[in-house]
Structures are given as C-alpha cells and as structure tokens.
Design a protein around this ligand. Structure first.
Ligand SMILES: [Zn+2]
Length: 438
C-alpha cells in the first residue's frame, strides 16, 4: 500500500529528480530497466518480437550501467583531485566492491579537500604545536581530534587519574586505565600514539599552576582549555595574553555548553568579558552531572575554532557560542571589542600568573593538604545539600565535612579546605574543583 501526503510527494520528487539526472545511483538503473521490461510485458503486438525487445532492453540496461560506472569514476576522480582520466582502465576498482585502498599519504585527504584548510592549511596544521590543558571530557576529545587532524606536536597537561566515572564521556580511556588508575596524560598519550604515529605527543602529569604555566605554554601556537574550573582558566588567560598565544575557552555542565576563542590583540580576553570568576560554590559535573554530547559538542567547536586559528584567521571576530544539546538550541553572541580598562589585556596585571592568592600547603605527616587559594566565602548549609548526593556530609556553622571512599574533605566558611588522604596538592585541588568548583 502506498503512503500518501508528504511521503508520497517526497517519493515522487525523488523519482523525478533521479530521472532528470545522469545515471548516478543504482535506483536510476533499476528504474530505467524496469520501464524497458514493462514495455516488453505490456506489448501484445510485439510478442513475436519479444526476443528483440529483450535484447534492446538489455542493451539499455547495460548502457545505463556503463553511465553509472562513468559517473562514479568521475566523482571519485574529482574527490582525489585527479587531473586526467588516464587511470580509466582501473575504474572497476573504484566501484564499491573494490573501493579505494588509499595509502598513508591520503590520511588527511578529506580535510585537505575542505576549502577552509586545503593543502596550505594542512601544512600549517602539520607544523603547529598545540597544548591541551586538562585531559578530561573536553581535553581528551580535543586531543584525539587534533592528533587525527595531524598537528605536528601535542602537549597534554593533566593532574588526574582515570576512574570509572570518567568512561561515560572521556574519550581515549579504557576500563583497564580506570582499573589501574592510570594518569590521564599517560593513558591518553599511549592511545594517541596508536591513532597517529606522525604526531609528537608530550604528556605532562602535573597541575597547571602559576609556577609552571609559562613554561608549559612556551613555544606553543595554540592552547585549548580542557579544564573544569575558573581558576585555571584565568591562569591560562593570563599566560596566553602575556605571551600573545591564542586560546579557546570551553565549558560544559549538564546539557549546557559555552565556547569562546581568545586571540590576544585581536579581540577581548576572558577577563574583558568576565572580569571575575563567579562567587561562591559553583555547579560541577561531579555534583550536577553532564552529558557526553555536551562535552563532545563543546570540544568539537573548540577544535574547529583552533584549527581555523592555526590555518590563519584574518577576519577574526570573537563570538561566544552557547548551546544546549538537550533542547537542541544554540546561539552566538558577539563578544565585542577588548575592554580598554581590562586588568589583564589593557593594564597587564597578571594576578593569577603571579600567584597572588595564597599557595596550597601540604600538611607534613598528616597525609593531608590545606588549600588556601580559594578565598571565596562558601554557604556551607547550601553546599551540604548539594554534596549529599555524592557522599556522606556533616555540617555545622564552623565547617562542612565530606567523607569519600579515599578522601575526607573539610571546608570552612571562608573557602579554605583541608583534604585528608593525600599529600599531592594536585589531587587535593582537583577534588576541590570537582566538588566545590574553583
Ligand atoms: Zn582583557
């Protein structure tokens, strides 16, 4: 039974379109063959000449098949940039049954075919040095996409270890990595080398801090933000503005994401648009959840913006791109021009880079780290409500204590914290960032 309405129109339209085109697509062959055989079936007068008609129909069918073969060859030749059809003798190998068997030299062909990149852009990408700061959900996607795109050199900076809660959205990592609690930078590098041995991979298992931010970004053409906290983003902004390195800010929580490229000297920096980090505790993926679609979409936009910067972006306009993958909405807002009063890009006060906040202290002999740097008041009763979904929480007017399988986190109203169960400052800061926000 035939379908009516729009479906019927769609089907009819498709048929008409195909009939109007040269023989591309097997549907056309069948359609013509079918018409020819239909004439033979219906024509009583020609019954005696049926054999001749069948021969004609067969000839028509073969002509159409040859036209299809030619069209497929032309299409493939165009894709491969072939200058002539000199290889026509091998055309049958281009049909689906013996589809192309390109060599390593063709690895980037589909990217080179894209007008925005081309051979010249690909060469720039090949020479580029990119640093991904944070290799969680955003950073692992960015790293894989950049390595597949053929950047020359990729540095990955991450302080964390793989755990099972990462696997839902963090690319590159396996169950074995989570089982072994492998450092993310090391596990990522191992997988990335399997994906593209041409790329130089430099994993750095470390916190990104005021003391190493400049050293870690020195000599890099682009920085991608794969972090999960404001503190590190402002630090990246300081380092990149100071050294005039483009970077792409990305954030994801729940189904909501945001992307903003920063090109020092050509548009606003992070501090122009958001002069200060939001006050108090912030929603985090560990407490509020996040979809892999959100992090994937944000990271993909960051990589696209990054590649565009690497191949040259003379008409750069800074736009803040927000999206909601659950609602299926997105919008772009022009971020305007740089703020002439910006403390970072105008007054060049790099307070995050200079580490003006108090530094974290490892409490010797107590298997604990005290964090001073998050000098932002916390509403402990409110925070306790949020954290109860994640672990055991006790709270009074002086402190909030949260007990996790491996750590105990004690928070104070002034934002100070003590993390028991580690002497590693990076682990303590990571825990704070994931549970409280930073
Ligand atoms: Zn600025």
């Amino acid at each position: 039974m035939r379908q009516g309405g729009a479906d019927e129109e769609l089907l009819a339209g498709t048929g008409t379109e195909r009939d109007g085109l040269p023989a591309v697509g097997s549907g056309n062959c069948h359609a013509d063959g079918g018409r020819a055989f239909g004439i033979a079936d219906r024509t009583d007068d020609a019954r005696n000449n049926g054999a001749n008609l069948r021969i004609e129909a067969q000839q028509l069918f073969e002509d159409r098949a040859q036209a299809l073969d030619d069209a497929v060859f032309d299409f493939e030749a165009a894709l491969l940039g072939a200058e002539s059809h000199g290889g026509r003798g091998n055309a049958t190998s281009l049909l689906p049954s013996g589809y192309m068997t390109p060599g390593e030299g063709d690895r980037y062909s589909r990217q080179v075919l894209f007008g925005g990149i081309g051979a010249e852009g690909q060469e720039k990408i090949r020479q580029a040095r990119v640093c991904v700061v944070g290799c969680g959900a955003l950073g692992s996607f960015q790293a894989e996409a950049l390595v597949r795109a053929g950047v020359g050199s990729l540095r990955i900076v991450d302080r964390d270890y793989v755990d099972f809660t990462n696997l839902q959205r963090q690319w590159l990592y396996s169950e074995a990595d989570a089982q072994n609690e492998a450092p993310k930078a090391i596990a990522a590098a191992r997988r990335l080398r399997e994906l593209n041995s041409e790329v130089e991979i430099d994993p750095v298992v470390s916190d990104f801090t005021p003391s190493n931010a400049e050293e870690l970004t020195d000599g890099y053409d682009l920085i991608l933000d794969g972090t999960d906290n404001f503190e590190t983003r402002y630090l990246i902004n300081d380092a990149c503005v100071k050294r005039c390195i483009p970077w792409v800010y990305g954030a994801a929580i729940g189904s909501y994401g945001l992307v903003m490229p920063v090109v020092p000297g050509k548009g606003p920096c992070l501090a122009c648009v958001y002069p200060d980090p939001p006050a108090g505790a912030q929603p985090t993926c560990d407490v509020n959840g996040v979809l892999a679609s959100t992090t994937g979409a944000v990271a993909a936009l960051q990589v696209a913006a990054g590649l565009r910067l690497l191949v040259g972006w003379p008409d750069f306009v800074c736009r803040i791109h927000t999206l909601d993958v659950w609602e299926g909405t997105s919008k772009q807002v022009a971020a305007g021009t740089a703020d002439s009063e910006c403390r970072v890009c105008a007054r060049r006060q790099f307070s995050y880079l200079e580490g003006q906040q108090k530094k974290p202290v490892s409490l010797c002999g107590r298997n604990a780290v005290q964090l001073h740097e998050n000098a932002r008041p916390l509403n402990l009763p409110e925070l306790a409500e949020r954290l109860r979904a994640v672990g055991e929480v006790r709270v009074n007017e002086f402190a909030l204590r949260m007990t996790l399988p491996k750590y105990q986190l004690t928070l104070f109203p002034d934002g100070r914290a003590i993390v028991k169960g580690t002497t590693d400052v990076g682990v303590a800061r990571g825990l704070y960032a994931r549970l409280v926000g930073a």
